[in-house]
Ligand binder design. Structure first.
Ligand SMILES: *[C@@H]1O[C@H](CO)[C@@H](O)[C@H](O)[C@H]1NC(C)=O
Ligand SMILES: *[C@@H]1O[C@H](CO)[C@@H](O)[C@H](O)[C@H]1NC(C)=O
Ligand SMILES: *[C@@H]1O[C@H](CO)[C@@H](O)[C@H](O)[C@H]1NC(C)=O
Ligand SMILES: *[C@@H]1O[C@H](CO)[C@@H](O)[C@H](O)[C@H]1NC(C)=O
Ligand SMILES: *[C@@H]1O[C@H](CO)[C@@H](O)[C@H](O)[C@H]1NC(C)=O
Ligand SMILES: *[C@@H]1O[C@H](CO)[C@@H](O)[C@H](O)[C@H]1NC(C)=O
Ligand SMILES: *[C@@H]1O[C@H](CO)[C@@H](O)[C@H](O)[C@H]1NC(C)=O
Length: 437
């Protein structure tokens, strides 16, 4: 396939490897989170210990993120129930497939700080624990926390875990995440989010992990299941949160995750949040159309239709980097986009099929959602541009064939510099522009 050949050439030309620092947080970044708002960092931020140790070229980082997305989409597709793809994950490259943003969570007494991945398509929270086989070196040492307790098999919490098993009297469970498997003990400890103490928070304490998809310091799931943060903090946060993701270009900046109703935007437009009863972890919305510049594209409504049985529809996800549209929708967007950039020759870069060398003037793209909510993307959310300005690509792709081919995923690059409000209590999603980087 031409795409792969191109990718291969690039990879051979750039023999760069991805080293990970196992150090803690950059002290310059150690600014305390205030009230119920947590800073959100890109994994490549100078504040992230997971950034590459050696500078990675622009082209390489783009391709790495695209490769990670393939694994992410396979994972989301397994949640949706679509057929599994035989495409090898990330084309055999050994990269960390964790979601793109991290935040600081204090766990236990005294507090141990973990930089957990933010993931809106996951219910539960889990951290690597001391003694874990196959985890990275930064783990939560449960023996050092005076408030840590394992949960027994007979507890109400254990009954909410899918397929629990009993290790002695401890409630244990296995799950898959991306290409990884995780074995964990169900546990409780006090956690602190920004300055909010949350006593007896139920989370998984990872004892063994395989594969490279496990976020190195754990994951904070922000979806709707019974063991999710939202369910466990209903009295405190009333099932509402919002985030603003910082720009991919200005990695020095942090965005924010704001928990609870206080401080949420008052004037913001909402579209209904849909729930697929078979896949409650995913936040579905009703996309009704796409506009390129001022032209509403002629895409049949059936392409966007929400179908709980097949999993078809549109989800908004914090962990996927580049938006994926089902084939007919992507082709319509791409063709109109190309039509508006007449004077330049189209090239490809990895999985991106609409790239240009040299400067272009790109049209805006608008995602139209039910309830007359138009999300018009600023240019930084549409184009991937090399720092030297020599190449720019439309930062979207078609849903891969046989992986999730029915699911549109509104990904995080397209969400940057927007406030996205997940008002789960009222089943609605708010979208507004906000410069947070
Ligand atoms: C997890 O559970 C197993 C089985 O009960 C136990 O041997 C192990 O010590 C537990 N680990 C932690 C960190 O609680
Ligand atoms: C869960 O994973 C552990 C560790 O990999 C393994 O020993 C155990 O057999 C698994 N349990 C189940 C029920 O699959
Ligand atoms: C942890 O939670 C328990 C139960 O609410 C509480 O008694 C204790 O003070 C908390 N400890 C800390 C350090 O917050
Ligand atoms: C938290 O757990 C501790 C120790 O098991 C218990 O004494 C306390 O009542 C619990 N607090 C809450 C709020 O459930
Ligand atoms: C980001 O921060 C680093 C270190 O604080 C600084 O050297 C660099 O110039 C900053 N970059 C931008 C784009 O602001
Ligand atoms: C294409 O046209 C735009 C606007 O007219 C111009 O800014 C740009 O330099 C042109 N690009 C090429 C490759 O000629
Ligand atoms: C959204 O876009 C459509 C199509 O251009 C337009 O008809 C509608 O008025 C727009 N709605 C808002 C609130 O801007």
């Amino acid at each position: 396939m031409p795409m792969k050949t191109h990718l291969l050439k690039l990879l051979l030309a750039l023999p760069l490897f991805f080293f990970l620092a196992q150090a803690g947080f950059n002290p310059k970044c150690d600014i305390k989170d205030q009230s119920s708002t947590l800073k959100v960092y890109h994994i490549y931020s100078p504040c992230s210990p997971f950034r590459p140790q050696k500078p990675v070229s622009w082209g390489e980082s783009v391709l790495q993120m695209f490769a990670k997305d393939q694994a992410r989409l396979q994972y989301l597709s397994s949640l949706v129930g679509a057929k599994k793809s035989s495409e090898p994950i990330a084309w055999g490259r050994n990269i960390i497939q964790s979601p793109t943003y991290i935040l600081r969570v204090n766990i236990g007494t005294p507090a141990q700080t973990m930089l957990m991945a933010l993931d809106t398509s996951n219910d539960a929270a889990w951290v690597p624990c001391s003694g874990c086989i196959g985890c990275s070196s930064t783990v939560f040492d449960s023996a050092k926390s005076t408030t840590f307790k394992p949960l027994g098999c007979q507890t109400a919490e254990c009954k909410q875990v899918p397929n629990p098993t009993c290790g002695g009297s401890t409630c244990t469970f296995n799950l898959t995440y991306g290409g990884s498997t995780i074995a964990a003990n169900l546990s409780q400890d006090n956690i602190t989010l920004a300055t909010d103490p949350i006593p007896n928070f139920t989370l998984g304490c990872i004892q063994a992990a395989t594969g490279t998809s496990v976020p190195p310091q754990g994951l904070l799931g922000l979806s709707r299941g019974p063991l999710s943060l939202l369910s466990q903090t209903q009295n405190l946060y009333k099932s509402i949160f919002s985030y603003c993701l910082p720009s991919f270009k200005s990695l020095n900046f942090s965005g924010s995750l704001r928990l609870g109703p206080v401080g949420q935007p008052i004037r913001i437009k909402y579209t209904p949040l849909l729930k697929n009863p078979r896949r409650p972890s995913l936040y579905y919305v009703n996309m009704v159309g796409i506009r390129v510049a001022r032209k509403v594209l002629d895409i049949p409504a059936s392409v966007f239709a929400f179908n709980p049985t097949t999993g078809a529809g549109t989800i908004i996800d914090s962990g996927t980097v580049y938006t994926r549209l089902v084939q007919p929708a992507y082709i319509a967007v791409r063709d109109e986009f190309r039509r508006r950039i007449r004077n330049a020759t189209v090239t490809t870069l990895g999985g991106f099929d609409t790239c240009y060398s040299g400067p272009i003037v790109a049209p805006t793209i608008t995602f139209m959602f039910a309830g007359d909510v138009n999300m018009t993307l600023p240019i930084d959310n549409i184009l991937l541009r090399s720092s030297a300005g020599s190449i720019s690509c439309l930062a979207m792709a078609a849903a891969p064939d046989n992986v999730n081919s029915v699911l549109n995923v509104i990904a995080n690059m397209q969400q940057q510099n927007h406030r996205i409000v997940y008002d789960v209590a009222n089943s609605r999603l708010g979208i507004a522009r906000e410069l947070c980087s």
